[in-house]
Design a protein around this ligand. Sequence first.
Ligand code: ASP
Length: 339
Amino acid sequence: MCQILIIYTGGTIGMMSDPKTKVLRPINFEQIMDNVPELERLNCRINVHSFDEVIDSSNMNPKIWSQIAGLIEQHYHEVDGFVVLHGSDTMAFTASALSFMLENLDKPVIFTGSQLPISAIRTDAKENLMTAIEIAKAKKNDRSRVPEVCIYFDYKLFRGNRAFKYNSSKFEAFRSPNYPILAESGVHLRFSVNDIRQPVPGGLIVHKGLVNDVSVLKLYPGISQRAVEAIVNADVRGIVMETFGAGNTTTDSWFTDCIKNAIDNGKVIVDISQCKVGTVELGRYETSKQLKDIGVANGYDMTFEAAVTKMMYLLSQSDDPNQVREWLETDLRGELTVS
Ligand code: ASP
């Protein structure tokens, strides 16, 4: 009989409205189980690990990411797959982080949650949960069909490090415009076999302890020198720079000098676009060529979530800025397409 571990971290799926204040707060897993008697009917042994403190995912952090990775490592050889119940607000960050932390994964780690609590009459939670389990246990020729960290939401399976939360009020909460969906659920569960990554031999390697010495520089016309300096001179090792269009920035010399100084002082800066679709092409325009010349890393078509968590992961792997820059530009877990 197949075996699945559900890791419950919190999120709307398991929330209830406080009778007095009317605010939504997470509840314990038993109450979730009470709402899905169908779980008993699955031909599968389901074990549950619930965190002692279940949270709204706005309180998620790298320490809990390490705990999730640790649980997966601990139970890796006992189960066929994992389902992680998580709030949708920061689900794409956790899924991205876990994709980097779990190297050579050959079992599914499927994140899901919902926009309405599982006890709500019109809830989206049941379908999300039941199909996430179906995907986590799906095998062909004795091998997992999706040996990846994924997000399953509203009938679609996304690669975790390619997705982002796009809508806070529709059931269709996630999108992944720069990479095809990995599966779609309807009358049949259809897997996009050619888009799913396959593990390389060698077995799982778990990396815990990400380094959060990271900050973000989001550009806008009129950004002041003072604002840019405050970010690039902060005591961090890595900066994710969100630029315009195909990776462009102002060519004002104060800006280029500021970025160059930071890089010369050992900081790593990666360029990703504010556009949700498309890729960074350093050197395509005059307004990005200077960035390439001074050593800004090309983040290609990475999501913001993937870029931030990849930076945290890489800073934990090397102290050498050139090495971190090289890895940033390399496809490590299917998070970017080198163009
Ligand atoms: N605020 C909730 C959370 O992220 C939203 C959700 O679960 O959809 O925990």
